[in-house]
Design a protein around this ligand. Structure first.
Ligand SMILES: NC(=O)c1ccc[n+]([C@@H]2O[C@H](COP(=O)([O-])OP(=O)(O)OC[C@H]3O[C@@H](n4cnc5c(N)ncnc54)[C@H](OP(=O)(O)O)[C@@H]3O)[C@@H](O)[C@H]2O)c1
Length: 324
């Protein structure tokens, strides 16, 4: 047996229950992992609330964690007990002390990166890699708009976008977050709870608009994000922290020959070769000092509800880690 956070019915953070659960032995191609740091993602809140119905109930949420290999099943040659690994999985189950996992989804953690840092950047760093390097490759001299720029994914987008040579306009929800976004390298920062971000973007770009908007906020920002696009600009909607985006008329894209895309990181990680290449590129960015994993909040695993409350109240910056 091990201990884990279990969701039995959809609802608020109080639905995250601390329970004893069975943990099996690793079968062929599998690893038994002891988690040391579990990454909290906004996705986990959608799964808990029922906004996404992708976790079969009762179920253990969580899509990323770092830990130590305790046992390997037959046929596993890439790992041995004692190895430090991090993983991203669409099969959930990361909110647990131990678990069995297919070895194929695990990445060895480079020596210079701690388990906590690895857990803070697996989903968020790979998402930044997907968005900037694959969904819409950002080119030097382009201007990008990053919403929620002091958040977990947001900080990586600002750091990496600047590294690619883009001009980065950031939106954030508070003056404290504005300092963080500037510290990540943002050229312009907009307090979008007080200021009209469309007008500010138009002013910063002399009416031209931006090449790409990275929008994880969804309902509250989608319309404005579309208005911020210049000719041939792309709106990348990759989240819905404020709620789902309502249906919109595709004819609106004709105003400036725009595109809207809605990528999901798990889809980009389906093939082993793509997964390895994206992980290698992301780790390289950390080792080179381009991406700095910042953990804004650490909470013991059995108090995961506290982490969800904080994330949903917009009070967090950087990544949240559940410690074991
Ligand atoms: N498509 C994918 O594959 C993929 C992968 C990873 C993450 N995501 C998405 O990326 C987003 C960021 O994830 P994260 O884990 O790094 O979270 P996060 O950005 O650290 O936290 C969410 C932030 O969104 C902003 N926000 C705006 N309106 C909000 C509202 N009504 N309620 C709560 N937050 C609101 C807040 O920042 P301000 O106070 O600055 O507004 C808040 O801090 C999420 O939407 C997530 O679903 C998508």
């Amino acid at each position: 047996m091990t201990r884990a956070i279990v969701v039995r019915e959809y609802g608020g953070p109080e639905k995250l229950l601390w329970e004893d659960v069975p943990v099996g032995e690793p079968g062929p191609g599998e690893l038994l992992i002891r988690h040391t740091a579990i990454g909290v993602n906004f996705h986990d809140t959608y799964v808990r609330s029922g906004s996404y119905k992708t976790l079969t109930l009762p179920g253990i949420p969580g899509v990323e964690a770092a830990g130590v290999v305790e046992k390997v099943g037959t046929d596993v040659t890439a790992f041995v007990p004692g190895d430090r690994i991090v993983y991203v999985t669409q099969s959930y189950g990361a909110y647990s002390e131990q678990r069995v996992l297919p070895a194929s989804v695990a990445f060895r953690i480079p020596d210079a990166i701690s388990n906590e840092a690895a857990a803070s950047l697996a989903v968020k760093g790979l998402t930044a890699c997907m968005l900037l390097r694959h969904t819409r490759r950002v080119l030097p001299e382009e201007t990008i708009l990053v919403h929620a720029a002091a958040g977990g994914v947001g900080q990586f987008l600002v750091h990496w976008g600047k590294h690619l040579g883009a001009r980065v306009i950031a939106t954030v929800g508070s003056t404290e977050k504005a300092k963080i976004a500037r510290g990540c390298g943002a050229d312009e920062v907009i307090l979008y709870r007080n200021e009209n971000f469309v007008e500010r973007v138009k002013s910063f770009t002399h009416g031209r608009g931006v090449d790409v908007v990275y929008d994880s906020v969804g309902a509250d920002t989608f319309d404005g994000s579309l208005e911020c696009l210049g000719y041939f600009g792309t709106l990348v909607n990759f989240g819905q922290s404020s709620g789902p985006v309502p249906p919109f008329a595709i004819s609106r894209l004709a105003a400036r020959s725009n595109a809207v895309v809605r990528p999901i990181v798990f889809h980009y990680l389906r093939e082993r070769s793509a997964r390895d290449a994206m992980a290698e590129e992301t780790f390289k960015m950390v080792l080179a000092g381009v991406l700095t994993p910042r953990i804004g909040l650490r909470v013991p695993l059995n108090e995961a509800s506290r982490a969800h409350t904080a994330l949903e109240s917009r009070s967090t910056t950087g990544a949240i880690i559940l410690t074991v």
